[in-house]
Design a protein around this ligand. Structure first.
Ligand code: PEP
Ligand code: MN
Length: 336
């Protein structure tokens, strides 16, 4: 339930109303924007007398929210959320570039790529230390040693790092990671989501392989329900009957999600297509569709990459794409 307050509502009256509502055992999500102040009510709102609430002198209107996601709902928070990743903003007015290899392979590799993508304009470094591979015989990532190398690359370049977590037991090891990635395969790992909700750290939540937008938003709600509201959603392609691309990039999810949620939405054209030569066009299209940023896999030697070489672009190609993207972002009046 949403309670929209009158613009001239006095603080003391707002506090009194909040007190009255919380006495009914309902949680309040307070959101004060430039034009509107909203009380988002979460919990057993059935007990609330909507007519009585409407007649309160500081209440402008009361709306029942049908969707099961509340904190992620734009109705609860009309302004766009900007997530801060160690000083780098993601969201409204910004177009944030995240780049790096699929997997961390060596210090030379990760530091070299970090320097190259930073020079081209990337703001955050990606790289997997723990890899969710389809085959148990494939390279599983360097593990904790990979996290150390990411931190070394951060020290060298100043770029914040984002890397994927696979399960609960790894949380302590992610202490110095700036943003934790929840991969497509873990989008509905509710135990993990609940624990991440207790952290004060930005989360990059990727859409599940066959997850609907509603399921993605409910996964975000799991994290937010615990108190962590710094979430960036990532469209990375979904399973369809088409096999010419690794997945099918659902660009239409961007305008739809933007209406439904205030959370930033970025696109990963690398996993969406699985084809290095398709990354540039899908990256441009993502800007036009209203994305808040991109996550692109970049490898110094894609042919020898230990993971996802077919979709990786080289630092030179990334540099070239960045030049184009800067022009596209300018059209959308976003700082890249
Ligand atoms: C990744 O980003 O390296 C990754 C494994 O992505 P996804 O979870 O989208 O498959
Ligand atoms: Mn990958």
């Amino acid at each position: 339930m949403i309670v929209v307050l009158k613009p001239d509502a006095k603080e003391a009256k707002v506090d009194a109303l909040k007190k009255k509502i919380s006495e009914l055992g309902v949680k309040i999500n307070y959101s004060k924007g430039t034009d509107t102040t909203i009380l988002g009510l979460i919990g057993e709102t059935q007990a609330i007398d909507i007519h009585k609430l409407r007649s309160n002198e500081i209440v402008e209107k009361v709306i029942r929210v049908q969707e099961p996601y509340k904190k992620a709902n734009r109705a609860f928070h009309p302004q766009d959320t900007i997530v801060n990743v160690d000083g780098v903003p993601i969201g409204e007015g910004h177009f944030t570039m995240i780049a790096g290899p699929c997997s961390v392979e060596s210090e030379e590799q990760i530091v070299g790529i970090a320097k190259a993508v930073k020079a081209a304009g990337a703001k955050i470094l990606r790289g997997g230390a723990f890899k969710p591979r389809t085959s148990p015989y494939s390279f599983q990532g360097m593990g904790p040693a990979g996290l150390e190398l990411l931190l070394a690359a951060k020290k060298e370049t100043g770029l914040p790092i984002v890397t994927e977590i696979m399960d609960l037991s790894q949380i302590p090891a992610f202490d110095h990671v700036d943003m934790i990635q929840v991969g497509a395969r873990n989008m509905q790992n509710f135990t993990l989501l609940k624990e991440l909700g207790r952290l004060h750290k930005p989360i990059l939540l990727k859409r599940g392989l066959s997850a609907t937008m509603k399921e993605l938003l409910m996964a975000a709600e799991y994290i937010m329900a615990g108190g962590n509201e710094d979430i960036v959603l990532c469209e990375r392609g979904i399973r369809t009957f088409e096999v010419a691309t690794r997945n099918t990039l659902d660009l239409s999810c961007i305008p739809v999600l933007k209406r439904k949620t205030h959370l930033p939405v970025i696109v990963d054209p690398s996993h969406a297509t699985g084809l290095s030569w398709a990354v540039e066009s899908m990256a441009k299209a993502s800007i036009a569709a209203g994305a808040d940023g991109l996550m692109i896999e970049v490898h110094n030697n894609p042919e020898e990459a230990l993971c996802d070489g077919d979709q990786a672009i080289t630092p030179n190609q990334f540099e070239h794409i960045m030049q184009k993207l800067k022009q596209y972002a300018a059209i959308e009046e976003k700082a890249i």
